[in-house]
Write a protein that binds this ligand. Structure first.
Ligand SMILES: C[S@@+](CC[C@H](N)C(=O)[O-])C[C@H]1O[C@@H](n2cnc3c(N)ncnc32)[C@H](O)[C@@H]1O
Length: 216
């Protein structure tokens, strides 16, 4: 496990506030697709999230005043860069990604932003190493629909254990996967554990089309 935090500075991003994050490079798509070929079930998508989807997620997260934010399953950073733009100057931002090459790509794109190569299943232990127990917001890029019920439960347990009262859990699901038994089970579990589970309209400009969920 390698340590990582991001406080205040925005490594690898434009300095000017309000400036848009640069678009993904063709290489990001290649890295991502290669990751999918290596481990299709773990990566769970053929392309990184679109800027439209990433912006929709971040908009639901209200990150400006967050003290600490965690991203799970960052991939090549399609959402990461929008999170970096949205957090406040004193927000601690921690990113987890399992795939070694995705981690390498993330570090290349955001030098100075340290990333954990770690499973979301170890979220609590990872935060403890950081001297932290709770977070304001967990943003997920994880492929829940491809996971076993047990894996879903293990990760959700971690998320629920670290969310502050009033904390928020956001992520996205693919429209076509909405009918998978695993996706339906995941949605039912969210409704059991959160007071409110909001679902956005479909973001069509994404491959494949997706929706955002936001749970409090
Ligand atoms: C659907 S991709 C999304 C990537 C990126 N967030 C995006 O939106 O383009 C899912 C990512 O989750 C990672 N992943 C899968 N299981 C994981 C786990 N248990 N812990 C951390 N990352 C995981 C995969 O390696 C992959 O990069």
């Amino acid at each position: 496990m390698s340590a990582s935090t991001h406080v205040a500075a925005r490594p690898g991003l434009p300095a000017r506030a309000g400036q848009s994050a640069p678009p993904l490079a063709a290489a990001d798509y290649w890295y991502f697709f290669a990751g999918f070929l290596r481990r299709p079930w773990k990566v769970g998508a053929v392309a990184p999230s679109s800027a439209r989807l990433a912006r929709t997620i971040v908009r639901h997260c209200h990150l400006q005043k967050a003290d600490i934010v965690v991203e799970l399953g960052a991939g090549t950073g399609a959402i990461t860069r929008h999170i970096l733009e949205s957090i406040g100057p004193h927000t601690t931002f921690i990113t987890l990604e399992l795939d070694a090459r995705h981690v390498a790509r993330l570090r290349e794109r955001h030098p100075g932003l340290k990333i954990y190569r770690e499973s979301a299943e170890n979220l609590r232990a990872l935060l403890a190493r950081h001297g932290r127990k709770t977070v304001d917001c967990v943003i997920s890029g994880l492929p829940w629909g491809n996971m076993s019920r047990r894996a879903q439960q293990r990760i959700l347990r971690e998320i629920l254990a670290v969310l502050k009262p009033g904390g928020r859990f956001c992520g996205f699901g693919y429209v076509h996967a909405g009918w998978y038994p695993s996706s339906r089970a995941f949605h039912r579990t969210l409704q059991q554990h959160f007071r409110r589970v909001g679902i956005s309209p479909v973001v069509w400009r994404n491959l494949p089309p997706a929706f955002v969920y936001s749970c409090t």
